[in-house]
Design a protein around this ligand. Structure first.
Ligand SMILES: NC(=O)c1ccc[n+]([C@@H]2O[C@H](COP(=O)([O-])OP(=O)(O)OC[C@H]3O[C@@H](n4cnc5c(N)ncnc54)[C@H](O)[C@@H]3O)[C@@H](O)[C@H]2O)c1
Length: 300
């Protein structure tokens, strides 16, 4: 499997946000092991040191840019820095994210809500906008991978804002399907993994599901991300990832879209059918009236 991915990813430039964290760091290390080049973006300055150690492992394999992605103008700067460093970009992984520290309804003001929407939703959308325009202008094929979550598929209580941003990210990913085959935008939706995000968040670490099932190694998420990057049959899709299972496409939105479309079409047909039948009856009455007038011996 790794040999197939190596053949596809060798020499490719991958910009990874949240590269200092559990999943992002594991992804960058794996990519460099496959001879790809990585550009590490994170608010944590540790990315500089991480890029250095990756460069020691494989010369010229890593660059970095430290910034807060909540400030959306920083995203263009991060992208431009990657271009300046490597000359081009092939893949963007929107992986930086945070979880809410407590239920939305226990928060005294809107500050955490605003931050979570910025980092989990606005930043990936803005980075995708920049990447798609770049791929088009440079006439290059490209891939975007968004890190969503099972929290975007299962409405988990007390994770209202986290789950809502991830559900929106899955939906956004689906809306980008029409960009394929030249540009593929995919997402992964992992079950909980052993990373600093979980270790430092009491809501997640004490979640009954986590207590009952345990945590996945980040490597499991990395494998799904590689599939999202390399498998051309995956486009506009979200791959679920959990322990003991292979990554699987989420089918939820296909069925929902069919339901909604048939509901709208049925309603429209019904509405116009009744208007049309009234019109038809009026036209028929008019025609019969006119024929009667023309008929020999017709009443005048
Ligand atoms: N760990 C899990 O159980 C799990 C499950 C499903 C989805 N995810 C998602 O995976 C992604 C990575 O999570 P992780 O578990 O590795 O978490 P993590 O906390 O270990 O890493 C997240 C990284 O994002 C960076 N980051 C946060 N806010 C930022 C900002 N404003 N600007 C720039 N960088 C910022 C952090 O500094 C950190 O390095 C997140 O999007 C998360 O929602 C995680």
């Amino acid at each position: 499997m790794d040999d197939n991915y190596r053949a596809q990813l060798q020499g490719k430039v991958v910009l990874v946000t949240g590269a200092a964290g559990g999943i992002g760091k594991a992804l960058c290390e794996h990519l460099v092991g496959l001879d790809a080049k990585v550009f590490l973006v994170d608010v944590n300055q540790r990315v500089e040191q991480q890029a250095e150690s990756l460069n020691q492992e494989r010369a010229d394999s890593a660059g970095w840019f430290a910034c807060d992605l909540c400030q959306l103008q920083n995203i263009q700067q991060a992208f431009d820095s990657a271009l300046a460093h490597f000359g081009h970009v092939d893949i963007v992984v929107n992986n930086a994210g945070i979880a809410n520290s407590r239920s939305l309804f226990s928060q005294p003001d809107h500050s955490e809500l605003e931050q979570i929407v910025r980092i989990n939703l606005l930043a990936p959308m803005e980075a995708t906008r920049i990447a798609v325009r770049y791929f088009r202008d440079a006439k290059r094929t490209g891939v975007v991978v968004n890190t969503a979550s099972v929290g975007g598929l299962l409405p988990l209580s007390v994770m209202e804002s986290y789950g809502t941003t991830k559900a929106a990210l899955i939906f956004f990913t689906r809306t980008c399907r029409s960009l394929a085959p030249l540009i593929r935008v995919n997402a992964v939706a992992p079950y909980f993994a052993r990373t600093p995000l979980v270790a430092t968040n009491r809501i997640v670490s004490q979640y009954p599901l986590v207590q009952a099932v345990g945590l996945m190694p980040p490597a499991k998420v990395v494998r799904a991300m590689l599939k999202a990057m390399c498998d051309e049959s995956v486009c506009g899709d979200t791959l679920m990832v959990s322990m003991g299972c292979r990554p699987a496409k989420v089918a939820f939105y296909d069925e929902l879209a069919l339901d909604v479309t048939s509901y709208i079409v049925k309603g429209t047909v019904r509405k116009y059918a009744s208007a049309f039948s009234k019109l038809f009856m009026r036209a028929l009455d008019g025609t019969i009236g006119a024929l009667r007038k023309r008929a020999p011996g017709a009443e005048t």
